[in-house]
Design a protein around this ligand. Structure first.
Ligand code: SF4
Length: 236
């Protein structure tokens, strides 16, 4: 007798999203802004910091590195360098040793020292709270500036577009772009300004917990009914 065993449901790759109309994208964004905070009420920046300088430094270190690794590295660094002047004055070799485990440590140490000097020369040792001034600091781009503005100053000046946010925005059909700045502008046009900082937290949490790059868990996804990339099969 042949016994038929139902195969274990396998995760399917996310399908390529169909192009959406502008009004469909707006409606989708409204539903996401309603649903995501309920799914991830505790979404937050996962870099540990207690002031704008610490968050700026942690974000610079997070390039090409996990937040977990950065959080293991920063306690000793923050104890050694509590102020901008400390970054300006610490020897390169000592700083390299402190940030080595985050990768690209020579460059990161060089940028942190130059950032400390720029904060002293241009801002009296304080972290500025405008996009222009932040993005003009060595080693700081628009993404890092948005992280600091949104999370240390509670200012919604833009949307942080990292690898998770870009992937989710494309899979959900909110943008067709791959360039982070163009993705950011598409998201800013679709979501209310008051949600911009939280939006990136919600999408990063969803990207880490449900919609991984290689194996999205579409079968269990809370956004499956909204998502144009969900495979056309019934949830198991
Ligand atoms: S958002 Fe959900 S349904 Fe869409 S691709 Fe990601 S895991 Fe699948």
């Amino acid at each position: 007798m042949t016994t038929t065993i139902n195969p274990k449901p396998r995760r399917q790759a996310a399908a390529r999203p169909k192009r959406q109309t502008a009004s469909a994208r707006k409606t989708l964004a409204g539903e996401l802004a309603r649903r995501l905070p309920a799914i991830y009420p505790d979404a937050h920046c996962e870099l540990v910091s207690s002031n704008p300088l610490e968050l700026l430094v942690a974000t610079i270190l997070s390039a090409q590195c996990t937040d977990k690794r950065v959080n293991l590295t920063t306690p000793a660094l923050f104890a050694r360098c509590p102020a901008a002047r400390d970054y300006a004055e610490i020897p390169q070799e000592e700083l390299e040793a402190l940030v080595r485990s985050t990768g690209f440590y020579r460059n990161k140490a060089k940028n942190l020292r130059a950032m400390g000097q720029a904060l002293l020369e241009r801002h009296g040792g304080e972290v500025p709270s405008t996009l222009e001034a932040l993005a003009a600091l060595p080693g700081v781009g628009r993404k890092t500036a948005n992280v600091v503005l949104g999370n240390a100053f509670s200012l919604n000046e833009g949307v942080v577009v990292d690898t998770h946010v870009g992937r989710l925005a494309r899979r959900l059909g909110l943008t067709s772009h791959t360039d982070p700045v163009r993705v950011e502008h598409d998201l800013m046009a679709l979501f209310p300004r008051s949600t911009w900082t939280d939006l990136s937290h919600w999408l990063i949490f969803h990207g880490r917990r449900r919609c991984a790059a290689r194996k999205p868990d579409c079968a269990s996804c809370e956004l499956r009914d909204l998502c144009p990339s969900a495979p056309a099969c019934e949830p198991h």
